[in-house]
Design a protein around this ligand. Structure first.
Ligand code: FAD
Length: 423
């Protein structure tokens, strides 16, 4: 029996976030003339997620200003936005996806760009009112609506998103406490000196940072969170809880359809999954990275979403270029702009350039004497110039890297020009 489909497109993109939007944009930029549909379960056209914990939460940017493209762009470029629709199944043999409303949408090429869903607390009280994630516009709008009645906020998770939200809410003069299970904030993504710097900054702004603590349960009053009870019995009274403990990639329909992967969907250097003509990009895609010593990783960044989208757009327009872009990321907290390049995981040495007391400095991470990453705080010049050192995996002595009189750009060797191996 042939299954009927309700509509078919040459390219179906599941997920209207950074990666999905950028894939459609790049396809049209590269003169792809086939039909394209983006299926997204949010009701909004594609928007930028980073401002959600920064300027959008702070009220400094309207929703229109965080749209990835003006609304008219999509119809002008003939990209069909099927919004408010959730893909629940993939039939790779029949080449269609199934929506929660029962519709089937056929594809020639399927780009899976479904991102991830926030990890939820797994304790008593986790479903009470007043507990928020920071992943979507809807999440943040709900939070903003509650804020006028809120005095005390507990942020669970000392990662970038939790810390950014804490910075904004402390400016709103809320009493903010950040709870972190590890012995330092940003433990998963940054070196210890950076963690200690941000802990001190937050404390100086009145944020109560508590390290090495475990949440036992959320206390309730009239169906709303009224406090966070720690494992040692301490009660932190609050009227709002923000949970920033990471995401779980949204990959179930694709894995059920037979794609290789587990926590993320496994892709090769062209972002191809193990299923024919099915690609995965962005937060949900696990790939091997030369910047992680060839390890399988998943990156959660705009850079990764955009560059993987471009890789697939190139592939579908006849250019087979591998994805090997240098990872970069940023975070804004108070008047501090952090810019990172490379991946510091596995570093065995950190060099500090400049003084953290000046609130403008860089940390340069090395492994076996080679530069693998930089974290630059209010030091855009180091960030821009240090990129070449990361790409080269430059071997440079500690004393030279830390010398602020020397510019990083003067330390980079053009390895190609010098006929030296890259990496
Ligand atoms: P997403 O942007 O999450 O898009 C996925 C879309 O797919 C979502 O709209 C989702 O609802 C939809 N979807 C999921 N499942 C389905 C389904 N079954 N059917 C249909 N649609 C579905 N990165 C940086 O580089 N710098 C930053 O400063 C930074 N700050 C951030 C701050 C916040 C608050 C957040 C949440 C993220 C931040 N990031 C930052 C990370 C960055 O936003 C993500 O890496 C990026 O959004 C990933 O893009 P994506 O398209 O893979 O996923």
């Amino acid at each position: 029996m042939t299954e009927t489909v309700n509509a078919s497109y040459d390219v179906v993109i599941v997920g209207g976030g950074h990666a999905g939007a950028q894939a459609a944009i790049a396809l049209r930029q590269r003169k792809f003339t086939g039909t394209i549909a983006i299926i997204g379960d949010e009701i909004y056209p594609p928007y930028e997620r980073p401002p959600l914990s920064k300027d959008y939460l702070a009220g400094a940017k309207s929703f229109e200003r965080i749209l990835i493209r003006p609304e008219s762009f999509w119809s002008e470029r003939v990209v069909s936005l099927l919004l408010g629709k959730t893909v629940v199944g993939v039939q790779p043999d029949a080449r269609h996806v199934e929506l929660a409303d029962g519709q089937r949408i056929g594809y020639k090429h399927l780009i899976w760009a479904a991102g991830g869903a926030p990890r939820r607390l797994n304790c008593q009280g986790a479903d009470l009112g007043g507990i928020h994630s920071v992943r979507s516009r809807a999440d943040v709008d709900r939070m903003i609506a509650e804020l006028p009645g809120v005095e005390q906020v507990v942020v669970i998770g000392g990662g970038y998103i939790g810390l950014e939200a804490a910075a904004v809410l402390s400016k709103f003069e809320k009493a903010v406490t950040v709870l972190e299970a590890q012995d330092r904030v940003l433990a998963r993504v940054a070196g210890e000196p950076l963690s200690r710097f941000y802990e001190a900054e937050h404390r100086a702004h009145g944020v109560d940072i508590r390290l090495g603590v475990a949440v036992d349960r959320i206390e309730e009053r009239d169906g709303m969170a009224s406090g966070v009870r720690l494992a040692d019995g301490t009660l932190l009274a609050c009227d709002m809880v923000i949970v920033g403990i990471g995401i779980l990639p949204t990959v179930r329909p694709l894995i059920d359809a037979g794609a290789e992967g587990d926590v993320g969907v496994r892709v090769n250097e062209y972002c191809e999954t193990s299923l024919d003509d099915v690609y995965a990009i962005g937060d949900c895609a696990t790939h091997r990275s030369s910047y992680a010593d060839g390890a399988l990783i998943r990156l959660e960044s705009v850079q990764n979403a955009n560059d993987q989208a471009l890789t697939v757009a190139k592939l579908l327009t006849g250019t087979r270029d591998t994805y090997d872009a240098v990872p970069w990321f940023w975070s804004n907290q108070y008047d501090l702009r952090l810019q990172t390049v490379g991946l510091s995981t596995g570093y065995d040495e950190v060099v500090t350039r400049g003084r953290s007391a000046d609130r403008a400095f860089s940390l340069i991470y090395l492994r076996e004497g080679r530069v693998i990453a930089l974290d630059c705080v209010n030091s855009t010049r180091d960030y821009v110039q240090g990129r070449a050192l990361v790409v080269e995996r430059a071997a440079i002595a500690h004393g030279i890297l830390s010398d602020p009189a020397l510019q990083l750009k003067d330390l980079a060797v053009d390895r190609r020009a010098a006929g030296l191996p890259l990496g």
